[in-house]
Design a protein around this ligand. Structure first.
Ligand code: FAD
Length: 460
C-alpha cells in the first residue's frame, strides 16, 4: 500500500510488509489513514506511525510473531470504542483486527466462532439470518471481543449473562507469537483481564434461538426530571419486588433532545412470548406518565441499529462510571440533581445498565476474574462535546456527578468499577481484581515475561 511516509515505520517492519503483500497497512500519509485511524475517543495528537491490517488469522500470527521477534511494540484495535483511546499509541504500531471478522456458526448450531475484529453489528445480523442470537451490547460499532473481554453489559445480560461469561473457548496469539487454544488458566484470565495476555484471534460463544423481540423507547414526560426519575424508580422497585422475568431488560437513560432533556427507558422483551411482553410493557408504561412510546415487535439486529442511533459517533471528552447495588432514595436523588444540571450538548448523556440478581453472571465463578458478581447497576456518565469552549464545564459536571454518587452510602457501592469505562490513572487493579489479582500477576509473569502486551488493558 502507501510508502510515501515509510521512513516513520520501523525499517525491519517496512521490509516485512513489502514481503507480505496481503497484509494491508497505512501511514499518516495515506489517503485512507484518517478513516482507518478513526476511533470513538477523538485524540488528534495520537497518531500511530503505521496501522497494519492482517486479513486472516494465519497472517496475523506471522505478523505478531515478527513484531515480537524484533522487539517492536504494538497495540491492538478492533472496534476502536475504548473511551480513553487505549488501543493506540502515538507513533506506535497498531494492529487493526477488523478484517478478521468472521462469524461462523458451528454445525451443532449451539455456538458461533467470532473473529477477533468482528463488531457487534457484524455478529448479530449474521446470526439473525439463521434465526439465532447471542448476548450483545447496545451499540453496533463496538468490537464484539473487546466488549466481551472486560465485562460486556447489554440488553440480554439478565437472560444470557454478561459478555465475559459467553467466552467458551478462545484462540490466542500468545507472547511467543504462537497461536494457541486458550487453556483453563488463560481462559480464566481473559474472561475479565482480556488483552493483557495476548491477541484474541477468535472466541466461541453460545447462540440462542430468538427471531423476534419487543423493543423500543419509552419517553417519559420530563418537565420535572428529578420527579419523574423518582416516580419511575419507586414504581420499578415495587415491580422488582414482585419479580421481573429475565426476558425483560430496562435501561434508564437521560438524553438531550431538540425539545430538552428527556428521561427515557430502553425497553426490551427478549422472548418469543410477545403477549407476555406486552403485559410487561403496560406495567412499565404506568410507572410514570409516558409522552411517547416507540416499543414494537422487531428483530435483534433492527433494535441494535435503532439503539445505536442514540449514541454519539465519537467523543471529545470522557466517561465516568460507578457500580451501585441498589437505586436507593439517596442515589435516585443524586441522579435527579445531576441530570438536571446536565449540559444541553447532544453528546452528553447519562445511562444505566442493570445486572439483575437473576442473571447467570450475578454469581461468583472460579472460571473468570471479572469481579462484579452480584446484582448491580453500572452507571455511565458521558461528558463530551464538539464545542471546545464548553468542554471544561462538561468535564467538571461529570466529575462532580461521579463524586456525588461515590459519597452515597459506601455499603451500596461495589469495590470494583467497570474497567472498560474507567480512566487508567484512576484504576487500582489490586482493588478491581481482589483475590484474583495474585493469580493474574503470576500468570502475567509466566506467560508474558517480556511484557509484550503491557500496553493492553489492564496494566499490572
Ligand atoms: C459508544 C459506546 C458504547 C458502549 N456500549 C457498551 C455496552 O453497551 N456495554 C458494555 O459493556 N460496554 C460498552 N462500551 C464499552 C466497550 O464495550 C469497551 O470499551 C470495549 O472494550 C470496546 O471494544 P472495541 O473493540 O470497540 O474497542 P478497542 O478500542 O478497539 O479495544 C478496546 C480494548 O480491547 C482490546 N481488544 C479489543 N479486541 C481485542 C482482541 N481481539 N484481542 C486483544 N485485545 C483486544 C484493545 O487492545 C483495547 O485495549 C461502550 C463504549 C462506547 C464508546
Amino acid at each position: 500500500m502507501d510508502s510515501s511516509n515509510a521512513q516513520a515505520i520501523p525499517p525491519k517492519l517496512q521490509g516485512f510488509l513489502s514481503e507480505h503483500g496481503t497484509i494491508e497497512w497505512v501511514t499518516p500519509a495515506s489517503p485512507e489513514y484518517a478513516a482507518i485511524r478513526w476511533a470513538f475517543a477523538r485524540l488528534p495528537d495520537v497518531n500511530p506511525c503505521v496501522i497494519v491490517r492482517p486479513p486472516t488469522i494465519p497472517e496475523a500470527v506471522t505478523l505478531v510473531a515478527f513484531l515480537i521477534a524484533n522487539g517492536i511494540p504494538f497495540t491492538v484495535r478492533a472496534g476502536g470504542h475504548d473511551n480513553f483511546g487505549r488501543s493506540f499509541q502515538d507513533q506506535g504500531v497498531t494492529l487493526d483486527l477488523r478484517l478478521i471478522n468472521h462469524v461462523e456458526i458451528d454445525p451443532s448450531g449451539e455456538t458461533v466462532r467470532i473473529g477477533g475484529g468482528a463488531l457487534l453489528g457484524d455478529v448479530i445480523p449474521k446470526l439473525h439470518e439463521q434465526g439465532l442470537m447471542a448476548a450483545t451490547g447496545t451499540i453496533s460499532v463496538v468490537g464484539y471481543v473487546g466488549w466481551a473481554l472486560y465485562g460486556g453489559y447489554g440488553p440480554y445480560s439478565t437472560q444470557f449473562g454478561l459478555g465475559v461469561d459467553q467466552i467458551r473457548a478462545a484462540k490466542v496469539i500468545n507472547a511467543q507469537g504462537e497461536l494457541m487454544d486458550a487453556d483453563a488458566d488463560l481462559l480464566r484470565a481473559i474472561r475479565g483481564a482480556g488483552g493483557a495476555f495476548g491477541v484474541i484471534a477468535e472466541i466461541t460463544v453460545p447462540v440462542h434461538c430468538l427471531k423476534k423481540i419487543l423493543a423500543g423507547i419509552l419517553f417519559f414526560e420530563s418537565s420535572d426530571l428529578p420527579a419523574v426519575i423518582r416516580q419511575y424508580n419507586h414504581g420499578y422497585q415495587a415491580l422488582s419486588a414482585e419479580g421481573i422475568p429475565s426476558a425483560l431488560n430496562l435501561q434508564q437513560v437521560v438524553i438531550n433532545t431538540p425539545t430538552g432533556k428527556a428521561f427515557i427507558v430502553l425497553f426490551l422483551w427478549g422472548s418469543p412470548d410477545l403477549d407476555t411482553g406486552r403485559i410487561w410493557l403496560d406495567k412499565v408504561s404506568t410507572l410514570a406518565p409516558v409522552a411517547f412510546n416507540s416499543v414494537q415487535e422487531t428483530t435483534p439486529p433492527a433494535w441494535l441499529d435503532e439503539a445505536s442511533r442514540l449514541s454519539p459517533k465519537d467523543s471529545r471528552g470522557r466517561v465516568w462510571t460507578i457500580n451501585i447495588r441498589q437505586l436507593t432514595d439517596e442515589v435516585v436523588h443524586v441522579m435527579g440533581t445531576y441530570t438536571t444540571k446536565m449540559s444541553s450538548d447532544p453528546r452528553v448523556l447519562f445511562a444505566t445498565h442493570e445486572l439483575r440478581p437473576a442473571s447467570p453472571s450475578a454469581h461468583p465463578t472460579p472460571d473468570s476474574v471479572f469481579p462484579c458478581r452480584e446484582g448491580h447497576y453500572m452507571f455511565e456518565i458521558i461528558g463530551a462535546t464538539d464545542t471546545p469552549e464548553d468542554l471544561d464545564a462538561i468535564l467538571a459536571w461529570g466529575q462532580e456527578f461521579q463524586t456525588a454518587l461515590a459519597r452515597t452510602d459506601p455499603g451500596n457501592i461495589l469495590d470494583a468499577p467497570y474497567m472498560s469505562l474507567s480512566a487508567p490513572e484512576e484504576l487500582d487493579t489490586t482493588k478491581v481484581f481482589g483475590e484474583d489479582y495474585e493469580f493474574l500477576a503470576e500468570l502475567k509473569r509466566t506467560r508474558d515475561p517480556r511484557g509484550v502486551f503491557d500496553a493492553a488493558i489492564p496494566q499490572f
